[in-house]
Design a protein around this ligand. Structure first.
Ligand code: FES
Length: 116
C-alpha cells in the first residue's frame, strides 16, 4: 500500500483533469486542488474560468467570499474582481488582478494547467 497519494499527471500540454464539466456552473464556485493550489472553477456567460483562490490583495481565501454576476468579492477587505477580465472593480484605483490559469473542457472533464 502506498504511503502517499500521487498527484494526477497532466496531459501532453500540462493540463490536469479536475471535475466533470457538469459540476461547474454559471456564477457558482467549484473548488478543486491542482498542483497543491486551491483553485476556483466557475463559468461566466458560458465561458470557463480557473482562478487562484489566494486573493491578490492580502492572500485571503477567495473561496470564502462571494460570487455574483461575474464579480468575485473577497470577504477580508471587500475587494471585488471581474472574473472575465481578472481586473479589480472595487476599489478601482489599485493594481491587483486575479491570478487565473489556463482551463479547458475536454471529454466532459474540466482540465486546468497550473502555472509553470
Ligand atoms: S485580502 Fe482580499 S481584499 Fe484584502
Amino acid at each position: 500500500m502506498p504511503l502517499f497519494k500521487r498527484a494526477p499527471a497532466g496531459d501532453a500540454e500540462g493540463y490536469v483533469a479536475t471535475v466533470p464539466a457538469a459540476a461547474v456552473t454559471e456564477d457558482e464556485m467549484t473548488i478543486v486542488r491542482v498542483a497543491g493550489k486551491k483553485v476556483i472553477l466557475t463559468r461566466r456567460a458560458g465561458r470557463l474560468y480557473a482562478i487562484d483562490s489566494a486573493c491578490p490583495h492580502g492572500a485571503a481565501d477567495l473561496s470564502e467570499g462571494s460570487l455574483r454576476r461575474g464579480r468575485l468579492c473577497c470577504h477580508e477587505h471587500d475587494y471585488c474582481f471581474d472574473v472575465a477580465t481578472g481586473l479589480l472593480v472595487w476599489p478601482d484605483d489599485e493594481p491587483y488582478r486575479l491570478r487565473r490559469y489556463d482551463v479547458k473542457e475536454e471529454d466532459g472533464v474540466v482540465k486546468v494547467r497550473p502555472a509553470r
